[in-house]
Design a protein around this ligand. Structure first.
Ligand code: GDP
Ligand code: GDP
Length: 460
C-alpha cells in the first residue's frame, strides 16, 4: 500500500506549490472531485526515491463551524485518511489565529503531523520559524516550495521514519518480481513460444465515482458465487478484500464501495474515498472501471481513468445502467464514448446492467484476458521475430539521412508487459512509429486489456 501524505494549511501558504513539486517527477495526475471533495487534489508522488500519494486538502482556515460543515468534514476526512500530515504555515505572514485553529484540529486527530514553514527564501528562516513552535506540534521545518529548497530534507527528516518500512516492502516486492523474471529469461532458451502465468488469484478492483453502481455490481457478482466474506478491520480508507471463484479461477475482489461494511447507503463520505480508490488501483492486477451510462462521461470518470492508466494496470471498462435505454440514446452514448475514450485502444468496453445482471458474465472473460495478457511470458525469440516482421512490413523512417535500424528485442518485464528494443538512432524514432510497433506487438501477441510499454535503447 502506498502511504498517504496530506498537505494541510490555510489558503495561500503554498500547498499547491509544494504539491506540484512533489508530483512533478512522475506525470502528475490530479483528480478534482467537485461537489464531493471540494478543492482536494490527489497526486502520485515519486520524489527522491519515495513513492506516496499526496493530497492537497484545499484550504481549511480553522474557523469552520466545527466539523458539521461539509467543507471541514471533507478536509478532516483527508486528514483521517492520511498517514502523515504536513501542516504548512507562511513564514512571511507569521503565525495567525487560523494556524492555531488548524493546530488544534490536528492535535485532536492525533496524526503524525509536522509543521512546515514555507516561503523562507530571502528571509532569516530561523527567526521567522521560531514563533511556530507555539503551535506545539514539535519541530518546525523550513522550506521554500517555490524553489524546492528544503524539500528533500523535509522528506528525509519527517517521512523516512514513517515511510521507510513501507517503501522497503514495496522495493522488495519489486525486486522479487524482477528476479522472477530474470530467472524465467535464463531458463527459457530461444525458440520457445509462450507460457501462461501461474495461477495466482486475480486481484480485481471495482472502481468508479459515487452512484455508478459499484455496490450493485459487487452484490450481483457475489450473489452468483459462493463466497466467504471477511471484514477487514480499518478505517474508511480501507477496501474490503473478498476472495471468490469464477469460471474455475480464483479472484480477490477489491471492493472500494464497501458493500459489506456500509450501513447507510446515503452516506457518501463513508462510501466514497478517492484515496481508497487510488490504493485499490495500486494493489490490483486488473481494474474494472464502472461508468454510468445515464450520466455520460464526467471529468471524474476521466480523472479515475487517468489514475488507472498511469498505474500501468490492466483495465476493463463497464458502462453500467444499460437497461431500459432506447436505441437512440444508446447510439448517442456510444458515440460519446468513442469520442472521449478513443485514446484508450487497449481496454475492452462492456455495456452492462448490474441491476439485472445483463452482460456481467462477459465482463469476466475480458478480465481474464486482460490478466493473462499482462502476465504472459513471451520469449526473446518471439519478440525479435515480431520486431523483424514489423520492420519488414513498414520500415522505420530516415533520420538525418540514415535509416533508423531496430536490431534486437527482448522482454523487460511483465504486468504490464515491457519490451526493450535496441537499435541505431532509436531515440529519434517518431511517436507514430512507436505506436505502430506497439500495435503490431499487440496484434501479433493478441494482447488485450493491458498497456504495453516499449523502451528503446541506443546501440546493440
Ligand atoms: P495554497 O493556497 O496553499 O495552495 O498556496 P499556493 O501554492 O497557491 O501559493 C500561494 C502563493 O505563495 C503563490 O503566489 C506562490 O507563488 C507563493 N509561494 C509558494 N511557495 C513559495 C515560496 O517558497 N516562496 C515564496 N516567496 N512564495 C511562495
Ligand atoms: P455505487 O455508489 O457506485 O456503489 O452505486 P450503487 O450500487 O449504490 O448504485 C447507485 C444507484 O444506481 C442505486 O439506486 C442503484 O439501484 C442504481 N443502479 C445500479 N446499477 C444499476 C443498473 O444497472 N441499472 C439501473 N437502472 N440502475 C442501477
Amino acid at each position: 500500500m502506498l502511504p498517504v501524505i496530506a498537505l494541510v494549511g490555510r489558503p495561500n501558504v503554498g500547498k499547491s506549490t509544494l504539491f506540484n513539486r512533489l508530483t512533478r517527477t512522475r506525470d502528475a495526475l490530479v483528480a478534482d472531485f467537485p461537489g464531493l471533495t471540494r478543492d482536494r487534489k490527489y497526486g502520485h508522488a515519486s520524489y527522491e526515491g519515495y513513492e506516496f500519494i499526496v493530497v492537497d486538502t484545499g484550504g481549511i482556515d480553522g474557523s469552520e463551524e466545527g466539523i458539521e460543515t461539509e467543507m471541514a468534514q471533507q478536509s478532516l476526512l483527508a486528514i483521517e485518511e492520511a498517514d502523515i500530515v504536513l501542516f504548512l504555515v507562511d513564514a512571511r505572514a507569521g503565525l495567525t489565529s487560523a494556524d492555531i485553529g488548524i493546530a488544534q484540529h490536528l492535535r485532536k486527530q492525533q496524526k503524525k503531523s509536522f509543521v512546515v514553514a514555507n516561503k523562507t527564501d530571502g528571509i532569516d528562516a530561523d527567526s521567522a520559524a521560531a514563533e511556530f513552535y507555539q503551535l506545539a506540534l514539535g519541530d518546525v521545518h523550513h522550506i521554500a516550495a517555490a524553489h524546492g529548497r528544503g524539500v528533500t530534507q523535509l522528506l528525509e527528516h519527517t517521512l523516512r521514519p514513517v515511510l521507510g518500512d513501507l517503501n522497503e516492502e514495496i522495493a522488495e516486492e519489486e525486486a522479487e518480481h524482477d528476479n522472477e523474471f530474470e530467472a524465467y529469461d535464463e531458463e527459457h532458451v530461444e525458440g520457445e513460444e509462450e507460457e501462461e502465468a501461474e495461477d495466482k488469484p486475480i486481484k480485481l478492483a471495482i472502481i468508479g465515482r459515487p452512484n455508478v453502481g459499484k455496490s450493485t455490481l459487487t452484490n450481483r457478482i457475489l450473489g452468483e458465487e459462493r463466497v466467504i466474506v471477511y471484514d477487514m478491520p480499518g478505517t474508511t480508507r480501507d477496501s474490503i478484500y473478498i476472495p471468490m471463484t469464477r469460471n474455475d479461477r480464483e479472484y480477490i475482489l477489491i471492493d472500494t464501495a464497501g458493500v459489506r461494511k456500509r450501513k447507510k447507503v446515503s452516506d457518501v463520505v463513508e462510501k466514497f474515498s478517492v484515496i481508497k480508490t487510488l490504493q485499490a488501483i495500486e494493489d490490483a492486477n486488473v481494474i474494472l472501471l464502472v461508468i454510468d451510462a445515464r450520466e455520460g462521461i464526467s471529468d471524474q470518470d476521466l480523472s479515475l481513468l487517468g489514475f488507472a492508466l498511469n498505474s500501468g494496470r490492466s483495465l476493463v471498462i463497464a458502462v453500467n445502467k444499460w437497461d431500459g435505454l432506447d436505441e437512440y440514446v444508446k447510439e448517442r452514448i456510444k458515440s460519446e464514448l468513442d469520442r472521449r475514450l478513443g485514446f484508450i485502444d487497449f481496454a475492452r468496453i462492456h455495456f452492462i446492467s448490474a441491476l439485472h445482471g445483463t452482460g456481467v458474465g462477459h465482463l469476466f472473460e475480458s478480465v481474464e484476458e486482460a490478466y493473462d495478457s499482462a502476465t504472459r511470458r513471451v520469449s526473446t525469440a518471439m519478440l525479435r521475430r515480431i520486431m523483424d516482421m514489423a520492420q519488414a512490413d513498414h520500415q522505420p523512417p530516415m533520420i538525418r539521412g540514415r535509416r533508423v535500424k531496430l536490431k534486437y528485442a527482448h522482454a523487460g518485464g511483465y504486468n504490464p508487459p515491457r519490451i526493450v528494443i535496441h537499435g541505431n538512432q532509436v531515440d529519434d524514432l517518431p511517436d507514430s512509429y512507436k505506436r505502430y510497433l506497439m500495435n503490431y506487438y499487440r496484434k501479433a501477441l493478441n494482447i488485450m486489456g493491458t498497456p504495453i510499454k516499449i523502451e528503446f535503447r541506443e546501440g546493440d
